[in-house]
Design a protein around this ligand. Structure first.
Ligand SMILES: [Zn+2]
Length: 273
């Protein structure tokens, strides 16, 4: 009676065939296992894409080595270093369509990735800006340094107003109306000294052009808020201005978004919504 050969097996029709060596069978099982694992991962990514519309992508994986406190020699210095083990995995979610080779993104916003798509039309506005420039002096009585002494700035004043809809002339506001409105409130700062009503140096300037702020230093921030409040009041009142034989109105539907006042070429202050 011959001993059964473990590397031989019978097929369904009773014929013998070679099963391969144990190493070959192990490799086969490993290959099947890897294939199954690959399919499972592909299924998970597909499910994730369906649920989130994007594909997770590992951007960075860093595993700093752990080491006890020790000294590293850097040039003539000994530097103590202590690294804590950490694993940082960053996921970047990008629209799935960008991963499809050869496919171009469709034009326009993708509704799938814009959670505010239903309210955006309500938030959209028309905005216009008018710039005005004045040469303005001021003194800051509370400032510990040089700013408490009389000095001046070439101020650039930017006013931004907005509206949800255009008027009968397809405008937010006639720029001429805005110019006249800003001029009426900002012109008094031109070649004038702005100061705090409590400033001890006030008396020597009162004979000239002055703009007095009640108990406040006329900082650029304070001037920006002052101009904002003045313009907002004009808009609420539906201000009308005469120029070139015409009357220009500020629409009461106008919203004053912000007033920005420059102090130097690199600094400004803003007040607004
Ligand atoms: Zn100043």
């Amino acid at each position: 009676m011959s001993e059964a050969n473990p590397e031989m097996a019978l097929t369904a029709d009773g014929k013998a065939h070679h099963r391969g060596t144990e190493t070959q069978r192990h490799r086969g099982r490993k290959k099947i296992s890897q294939e199954t694992e690959r399919k499972q991962k592909a299924n998970q990514i597909e499910l994730f894409q369906k649920a989130n519309g994007s594909k997770p992508r590992i951007l960075a994986l860093s595993i700093p080595l752990s080491s006890p406190p020790c000294l590293y020699q850097i040039g003539p210095f000994s530097v103590p270093l202590c690294l804590c083990a950490s694993v940082v995995i960053l996921f970047h979610f990008t629209p799935a369509r960008r991963f499809k080779r050869g496919s171009r993104p469709k034009p326009g916003p993708s509704p799938a990735y814009n959670p505010f798509r239903h309210i955006l039309p309500v938030l959209m506005k028309y905005r216009v800006c008018k710039v005005f420039e004045v040469e303005s002096g001021h003194m800051l009585s509370k400032h510990p340094g040089r700013c408490r002494f009389p000095h001046g700035h070439s101020r650039r004043i930017e006013v931004v107003v907005s509206s949800d809809a255009l008027d009968a002339n397809d405008m937010v506001c006639d720029f001429k109306a805005l110019k006249l409105a800003i001029h009426s409130i900002a012109d008094r700062f031109d070649h004038a000294m702005a100061l705090n009503s409590a400033d001890l140096q006030r008396a020597q300037f009162e004979a000239g052009r002055v703009v007095i702020f009640d108990g406040q230093d006329p900082t650029t921030e304070v001037i920006a808020k002052h101009l904002y409040d003045q313009l907002a009041a004009l808009v609420r009142a539906g201000g009308a201005f005469q120029a070139d034989g015409l009357t220009y109105h500020l629409p009461t539907t106008l919203s004053v978004e912000r007033v920005r006042v420059g102090e130097t070429s690199s600094t400004w202050a803003e007040y607004g919504q």
